[in-house]
Design a protein. Structure first.
Length: 551
């Protein structure tokens, strides 16, 4: 009996059986999606936190830049106040000033401090002569002022007197538009003004170097108002200025860039790059000595994900795999229960078919035994010969099964199958049966099906056909008609006159339906007056696992 509670439980889990791999994968996707959403939420919170940190860092960086410029401006204001009280600025006076307040003028990222008088174009030669009188034989103003220029602002003193600064001595800063604009603005406003991006004369051997200058006008009181005597100024390399300011803030994991007035590649003054991947980026305008810079700060992450996100992703992946594994175990159990149900159902069906087939085979076996006994009695001379022949023929009934058992249920020869089924009727009278055909190997299922058909034909011949008379003959011929198909022809002659049965027997149904179904081929069974003829085809294929027929 089939366990009904088990069947009911398996039926309820049929939806698991339909998708044994899909449901675990769906659970894995759900768990993975949950992990992904969690990671996204963590990363979003991390971005907000980092953005707030960048805002704070940007304020700190802007303050550091302004502080450095303010420190330099304080020195320039001190120099402007000192030189405004003197009739002329001489070399010793300038050197004394530099030595007192700036220790050779190399603080805060600048290249030093310089003095450049504002002179009319016609007075440039006088300036060169005055410098010659001070012993500066190589002093020459360059480039020479254009004819339409009203003024020139040549560099007279620049400390410290490094090799780079020597190249700037005598340079007319009023001849360059960006410097001239800054000086004109400083004269107009009377306060220190930073220039835009320039290429310093000191960096003539570095064409890509960027710099700027801060000019402080030196104003002298006159009867007609204030007059600009000249400029005390400081040149800066932009990169050195940024590095000097970076001493006042932490720049690790920050990418910093400063631009002149607006963000464009040609306006880049200096930048500091950090390793890692791109993060949030913010911009802010910074006022440096009356000139606008754009400060750009980007956070650089050390990896694609934050540590918390990586930890969540790691444990989320483990949890997803565990959920999928558990789901797989559950669906596997459901699939196994389903297979049990199918097996029990198929066994019930096979049991019914086997019961009917067993009843029929028992009757056929008894009829065979009686027929064999009668045939043996008619052809036996004494009781010993009868006993010996009868025993041999009954044993031959199990020949097909023995053939397959001997070959471990591998292949069975087609001729061997036919011979084993006809052996009981050939014992001592082989001339009644003629077998012809090549050596053909059959798979176990096909051999058993063929043996069943030959058994039914032989039984019928023994009961009603050619084997019921001494003159009766049976001819069995087989041939390979295709690479995977063999044809078998059964023919009887010399027996009683044959007529079409008025009623179909189980043996005929067994041959024409069950055997034909197992062999995947129609069976041509004809009841001719001269004897029964049957033609059937058997597939020639590799052996497969032997199973009981379910029909």
């Amino acid at each position: 009996m089939i366990d009904q509670p088990l069947l009911d439980r398996v039926e309820k889990q049929a939806w698991f059986h339909k998708y044994p791999r899909g449901w675990p994968f769906l659970l894995f996707l759900i768990a993975s999606a949950t992990t992904a959403v969690s990671v996204m939420a963590i990363e979003r919170a991390d971005r907000e936190t980092r953005r707030a940190a960048i805002e704070s860092s940007m304020t700190e960086i802007a303050s550091a830049l302004q502080r450095r410029s303010t420190e330099t401006i304080a020195l320039l204001r001190a120099g402007s106040a000192l030189f405004a009280t003197q009739d002329a600025v001489t070399g010793p006076q300038f050197d004394e000033f530099i030595g007192d307040i700036q220790q050779e003028g190399n603080l805060y990222g600048s290249l030093g401090l310089g003095w450049a008088p504002l002179v009319k174009r016609d007075d440039v030669a006088k300036l060169e002569v005055s410098q010659l009188d001070e012993g500066r034989n190589d002093y020459i103003v360059h480039p020479r002022p254009e004819p339409d220029a009203d003024y020139a602002v040549p560099i007279v003193y620049l400390r410290p007197m490094s090799a780079a600064n020597r190249r700037a001595i005598g340079f007319d800063m009023f001849s360059e538009p960006v410097r001239r604009a800054a000086m004109e603005k400083a004269m107009r406003l009377g306060k220190p003004i930073a220039s835009g991006k320039v290429h310093l004369v000191q960096d003539s051997n570095q064409p890509d170097a960027a710099g700027f200058l801060i000019y402080m006008p030196v104003l002298v009181e006159t009867w007609g108002g204030k007059r600009v005597k000249g400029f005390i100024y400081s040149p800066f390399r932009a990169e050195a200025f940024l590095n000097s300011a970076s001493e006042l803030f932490s720049k690790s994991q920050l990418e910093i860039a400063i631009y002149d007035q607006n963000v464009a590649p040609e306006n880049l003054l200096a930048e500091h790059a950090a390793g890692g991947t791109d993060g949030p980026m913010l911009e802010r305008n910074v006022d440096i000595a009356g000139h606008t810079w754009v400060l750009q700060v980007r956070d650089k992450k050390s990896g694609l994900l934050s540590p918390l996100s990586r930890l969540t992703l790691f444990f989320g992946a483990i949890a997803s795999l565990m959920v999928m594994a558990i789901g797989r175990l559950i669906t596997k159990r459901a699939a196994e229960d389903r297979r049990v149900l199918e097996w029990l159902s198929s066994q019930a069906s096979i049991r019914d078919s086997l019961t009917r087939e067993l009843n029929h085979r028992v009757k056929n076996t008894l009829a065979n035994v009686l027929s064999i006994a009668a045939l043996t009695r008619r052809r036996s001379k004494d009781i010993d010969e009868f006993t010996e022949s009868l025993t041999a023929r009954i044993r031959a009934l199990s020949a097909t099964h023995d053939l397959l058992s001997q070959s471990d249920w591998g292949y069975a020869g087609l001729g061997d199958v036919v011979s084993s089924e006809l052996a009981p009727y050939m014992e001592g009278s082989e001339g009644h049966v003629t077998l012809t055909g090549p050596d053909i190997k059959l798979a176990p299922n096909d051999a058993m099906s063929l043996g069943l058909a030959i058994h039914e034909l032989a039984t019928n011949a023994a009961k009603y056909g050619a084997l019921t008379t001494p003159e009766g003959r049976i001819f069995v011929e087989w041939a390979l008609i295709a690479q995977d198909l063999a044809s078998i022809h059964w023919r009887e002659e010399g027996g009683p006159v044959v007529s079409e049965p008025s009623k179909r027997g189980f043996g005929r149904d067994l041959i024409e339906k069950i055997v034909a179904h197992e062999l995947k081929s129609e069976v041509d069974l004809q009841f001719k007056p001269g004897g029964v003829e049957c033609e059937l085809k058997v597939p020639v294929r590799v052996a497969r696992e032997f199973v009981l027929r379910s029909h």
